[in-house]
Design a protein. Structure first.
Length: 221
């Protein structure tokens, strides 16, 4: 994979990712960034402008994709795709991965991104992948994915305990928040919401995009 988009999901207050929660010497941002560097070298950081100073103090990377406003991961990922196409001239056939920084996982977990990329490249019928994590306990703090033969059937947003138990019994997985997609697919999706001919034009129309998560494509009902 030539390009990797490193998604930093936004909060108004000091997000947990910038705090030393699981390591006395490093923040979650720094830990995740170092693990990603073991696999990928060209990393972009998607964030809002008000987080730039704290990010610059924690990691050595100036490849920023600025999110105009907090609209959720759906709009944020569309913004990433258009930026890569128009500002960095990335090939539309390239695969892109977007991921959060708040997971405490082993480094080799991120090799699943390469597996997802291979799946997308080898199967023309697929354009986007969600990476799941097999649950080891009942949790109401995560979204769940039900699937069949690697095909996503439905996304369940933070169910109650009873429903979470049933989902796990039916082999549902936690949604990791990691999204891998063909750049061309997301670019085509943006045209359904905004007409534009440059990144600047898209950026100025950003608030016209629906809010919500990439899993739903817009705000869930």
């Amino acid at each position: 994979m030539k390009e990797l988009d490193f998604g930093l999901y936004r909060q108004k207050t000091a997000p947990n990712k910038y705090l030393k929660l699981i390591d006395n010497n490093k923040t979650m941002l720094q830990i995740t960034y170092e693990k990603i560097l073991e696999i990928f070298s060209n990393i972009y950081i998607a964030t809002q402008e008000n987080h730039l100073d704290i990010i610059r103090k924690q990691i050595n990377n100036n490849n920023f994709i600025i999110e105009p406003d907090k609209r959720g991961t759906f709009a944020a990922i569309l913004n990433i795709a258009v930026y890569l196409k128009y500002e960095k001239n990335i090939d539309e056939n390239e695969c892109v991965a977007v991921l959060p920084t708040d997971h405490d996982v082993e480094s080799n977990f991120y090799n699943n991104i390469k597996i997802a990329e291979k799946l997308l490249m080898n199967d023309c019928s697929k354009s986007i992948c969600l990476i799941g994590i097999k649950p080891n306990f009942i949790s109401t703090n995560y979204g769940y994915i039900t699937y069949d033969k690697n095909q996503v059937l439905f996304f369940h947003e933070k169910p109650n305990e009873e429903k979470a138990k049933k989902l796990i019994h039916n082999n549902a997985v936690w949604n990791s928040g990691i999204v891998v997609f063909k750049l061309k697919y997301i670019l085509e999706l943006t045209k359904k919401y905004i007409n534009y001919n440059s990144y600047e034009e898209f950026y100025n129309k950003y608030l016209d995009l629906p809010g919500g998560t990439i899993e739903w494509g817009k705000s869930p009902k």
